[in-house]
Design a protein around this ligand. Structure first.
Ligand code: ADP
Length: 920
């Protein structure tokens, strides 16, 4: 307000000064008018009387008023000096004969003619507002005109006399006053945003100019033009901004000169080349507004019909001088207001920023809370994130949010693809896996990024980054859970059945894919072993991978392998080229869009003629992971989903690990299964054998046992016959009888041996502590061996817990054989032992007998197997069989070391039995 006061006071004083000047002019006019009237009267009298008064002549000649007489045709008959001066002639005589009407500019000639007409009718004419006149040099001035008819004595009009006063200054003062008054009024009454435009319009009209520019200089020198003649001019310009700012130095020529010299200048020698594609300018006038010797503003007018003149310059100069202080005050006030508004806006911005920060923190806190909750799924987390997001934006009620990830979309109810949309990609390891979008549903003022705050850009970036991490974390966790579950299934007991079905279910559930399948080898083909989520038609059509000829026979490659078709065939056969983006180093195939893949690759690129059924069934995301065991692919894992972009390379790698686990486990299971089957078969065989054996020994026992009685009867009867008929029998008959008795004896031994053999199987007695040395000594005693045989005995024998009967059988048979198959002199039999592994004793019986060929080392232990006839060495061939069976019964073993002529050593290893607990 203070700023405005000063120019207004100044204005008022200037206004008063101007009014005073006008009053002065008018006062002098009145004086002049009286004088003129008197002169006119004198001239008329003079003319009428054809008399010339010297005094009056002098008076007319020296008058300041221009006086001209003309005949009725308008030809000048007289002009005084003042008139000659006014019209710019050197002397009045120059004007004589010139036409009076032609002394006015063309535009005023009609008026001059009109004046003549009025004069003829009324005899007198007065024009106080001035008539434009044209000087000899073409310049103009405005004259107040008063004229009357000159009549002769008869009253006939013979000429015209006119008196002219140069009222140019007065007229200009009046115009100037009016303009200044009007402009001041405009300044006082027009709002800031329109003042430049209104003032410009006014001035432009006052100066009859087609175009105009009115603006102010900013501190750094650029020129701001809130007002340029728009309707007629601006539309033709190529820069239709509301408020144009011209950088310092843009305007050259007249503009530059005028503002530099601080002078109003004009130029009529257009057309000019104005800057910035403006319309062409024919003529122009530039008036700088100077306040305290500083150019604060400028008005430029252009295209006035006929061009500008010095009067225009003087008038505009005067007008701008008057406007300058007022405008200065206005600009200053605006500047102050602008600063105040800036400070207020800054304050508001800071408050907003603070609020936004609080909202952001709130949002981020909420999100971080959700992302750390382990018991919520990623879907739930994204849903929550979407509901929290709008709260952090400036206008929560007009904000919608949407998150797209993994083929799913989570969005607020009000979300729309509005014009004002902000988005940020969700990335994992640089791969785009989704997007976060925030929209404004109503237009909002433009800020950092469209209507969004820079902070909101940062926030949406932070949020998408955080979500990427949370998703990755979740995926990793799910992968681990899936791996663990699959391993558990793979390792479960075989009784629970094949794990494939459950593995597939777990895969489908934890991965979230629509359809999963496992192909496994079956003969030469790899049909679906299990599939879930695929249509029955799909599985039926895609079951076989083998390529068949017209007759239905398998087509084979050069190595004789059946050719497997389609991408599944590629993966199983390892026909994967890792240089193609859809194959991995691990031999998998994957795509996030089968449609795109088919459109951008050929069968050649894909390495096979593909059947494209996956695509035809609408599956966009497809992955085929080999099930690997060592270098062999035993099948594949298939993951299909109709949603595109379900995979990332990292995920495929994870599934490859799972595929390898499944492959190895299945192979191992297969091997274990086969082993198990063999075991079971063996077991069956063993039990069959055992049964047969036990039946056999049962049979042997029964036979040998039952044979004993009749044998003995035969023997007895034969002996009776021998005794009773001893004298009467011929030699030959006696021989028969002896033979019968011998045969009976042999049969007896055989039966006894067989009985012993079969009895080994029959449970008999308990294990007892046995002093082995004592047992051996008893045997040696009972055998009553020839004294020729040298017996070498170990001194310290162990005490073992075992079956006495079986131990006796072992040693007895071995000692008998050692003595029997011996022709050495002296015969030697050596017995000893040494401790063996696992609480066992290895006993040995060594002889210096005939020895045994290595070829027969196994054979000799079989029943009835003998290397000699009974004539050479008597025997039944059961002895060693009894030894072996007894050792086996005692959970021991037997072996022989022998060579022909080098004696034999039989080793028997038997457990020593549990050690006796010694009572203290
Ligand atoms: P037998 O003694 O009744 O012939 P065995 O089963 O005890 O039946 O022995 C089978 C065969 O093993 C004997 O016939 C003999 O040829 C051979 N044999 C067993 N012990 C010895 C030994 N100590 N030295 C040489 N040969 C032996």
């Amino acid at each position: 307000m203070h700023d405005q006061k000063k120019p207004r006071e100044q204005l008022v004083s200037e206004l008063m000064e101007l009014q005073q000047r006008l009053a002065d002019v008018e006062a002098s006019d009145i004086g002049r008018k009286k004088k003129i009237e008197q002169l006119e009267r004198e001239i008329a009298g003079h003319m009428q009387g054809q008399e010339k008064s010297r005094q009056s002549n002098v008076a007319v000649e020296t008058a300041l008023t221009g006086i001209i007489t003309a005949d009725m045709k308008g030809n000048i008959t007289y002009a005084n000096s003042a008139a000659a001066r006014m019209w710019g002639y050197d002397s009045p005589s120059e004007m004589i004969g010139l036409n009076a009407v032609d002394r006015h500019p063309v535009r005023a000639r009609a008026k001059a003619e009109q004046i003549l007409r009025i004069l003829r009718q009324e005899g007198i004419y007065f024009e106080p507002h001035g008539l434009p006149c044209i000087r000899k040099d073409g310049s103009e001035f405005v004259a107040g005109v008063r004229s009357s008819l000159i009549r002769d004595n008869s009253g006939k009009a013979v000429g015209v006399v006119g008196s002219f006063i140069d009222i140019t200054d007065r007229m200009r003062a009046e115009t100037e006053l009016k303009i200044r008054n009007d402009i001041n009024e405009l300044f006082l009454t027009t709002p800031d945003d329109r003042v430049f435009a209104e003032v410009l319009t006014y001035i432009r009209e006052a100066f009859a100019s087609e175009f105009g520019t009115f603006g102010y200089f900013e501190e750094h020198g650029s020129f701001v033009t809130p007002a340029i003649t728009r309707a007629a001019y601006w539309e033709k310009c190529k820069t239709p901004e509301k408020q144009t700012v011209f950088a310092k130095g843009v305007f050259k020529g007249l503009w530059a000169r005028a503002t530099e010299e601080k002078k109003t200048l004009y130029c009529n020698s257009g057309p000019f080349k104005p800057p910035g594609g403006h319309v062409p300018v024919e003529n122009t006038i530039v008036a700088p507004l100077v306040y305290r010797n500083k150019v604060i503003s400028a008005i430029r007018l252009a295209n006035k019909a006929g061009g500008y003149n010095s009067d225009d310059r003087a008038l505009l100069d005067s007008v701008v001088r008057n406007i300058a202080p007022v405008l200065h005050a206005r600009i200053e006030r605006n500047r102050g207001e602008k600063q105040r508004r800036q400070i207020l806006a800054e304050k508001e911005r800071l408050v907003n920023d603070l609020e936004e920060r609080v909202k952001e923190l709130h949002c981020l806190y909420g999100l971080s809370e959700y992302s750390t909750l382990t018991d919520i799924s990623i879907e739930e987390m994204l849903n929550k994130a979407v509901s929290v997001l709008p709260q952090a934006w400036q206008y929560p009620e007009a904000t919608g949010a949407r998150i797209a990830f993994g083929g799913k979309v989570f969005e607020t109810k009000n979300f729309a693809k509005a014009k004002w949309l902000q988005s940020a990609d969700i990335r994992i390891d640089g791969e785009i896996v989704g997007v976060v979008e925030v929209c404004y549903l109503k237009e909002k003022p433009a800020l950092g990024e469209g209507p969004f705050l820079n902070e909101e850009r940062k926030l949406i970036n932070t949020v998408s980054e955080g979500l990427g991490k949370a998703i990755q974390h979740d995926e990793l966790e799910r992968h681990q859970r899936l791996s663990a579950q699959i391993l558990e299934l793979l390792n479960r007991s075989p009784e629970a059945g094949s794990p494939i079905h459950d593995i597939l279910l777990a895969l489908k559930q934890l991965s979230g894919f629509e359809a999963v399948g496992i192909r496994l080898r079956e003969g030469e083909d790899f049909p679906y072993y299990e599939a879930s989520g695929f249509s029955a038609d799909f599985v039926a059509a895609e079951r076989c991978l083998c390529s068949q000829d017209d007759r239905g026979d398998l087509i084979r490659d050069s190595e004789g392998n059946a050719i497997l078709e389609c991408m599944c065939g590629n993966v199983i056969r390892g026909r994967t080229d890792p240089s193609q983006p859809f194959f991995t180093e691990g031999g998998s195939f994957w795509t996030n869009s089968t449609t795109r893949l088919l459109a951008t690759t050929t069968d050649k690129d894909r390495g096979a003629h593909t059947r494209n059924r996956c695509n035809a069934q609408g599956y966009e995301s497809v992955a085929l992971i080999p099930l690997r065991s060592g270098k062999e692919n035993i099948g594949l894992l298939q993951l299909n989903d109709s949603r595109p972009n379900m995979f990332r390379l990292e995920m495929i790698r994870n599934y490859e690990q799972i595929g390898a686990s499944i492959g190895i486990a299945l192979q191992r299971k297969k091997a274990a299964g086969e082993l198990d089957r063999a075991h079971r078969q063996l077991k069956v065989r063993a039990s069959e054998l055992e049964m047969a054996n036990s039946e056999l020994s049962q049979y042997g026992y029964v036979v040998s046992h039952d044979l004993r009685a009749p044998l003995r009867a035969i023997q007895n009867y034969a002996e009776f016959l021998h005794e009773d008929l001893a004298q009467s029998l011929t030699g030959e008959q006696k021989g028969y009888l002896d033979g019968m008795l011998t045969a009976c004896g042999e049969a007896n031994i055989l039966v006894e041996d067989l009985l012993s053999f079969s009895q080994i199987d029959r449970p008999e007695g308990h294990d007892e502590s046995i002093e082995v040395g004592e047992v051996i000594k008893d045997i040696l005693k009972s055998l009553g061996l020839s004294s020729e045989i040298e017996i070498v005995l170990e001194k310290n024998w162990p005490v073992i817990k075992t079956s006495r009967v079986l131990l006796q059988q072992i040693f007895q048979n071995l000692i008998v054989n050692a003595a029997k198959f011996n022709v050495s002199r002296p015969k030697r039999v050596e017995l000893g032992f040494r401790p063996a592994e696992g609480n066992a004793c290895e006993f040995f019986v060594r002889d210096n007998g005939i020895g045994i060929d290595r070829r027969y080392h196994e054979k000799i232990f079989r029943v009835f197997e003998r290397l000699h006839t009974s004539r050479e060495y008597e025997g039944t061939g059961i002895g060693l069989a009894i030894v072996e069976k007894s050792a086996a019964k005692l959970q021991g073993s037997i072996r022989v070391e022998s060579d022909p002529g080098k004696g034999s050593t039989f080793f028997v290893t038997i457990p020593c039995g549990e050690e006796e607990e010694i009572d203290e």
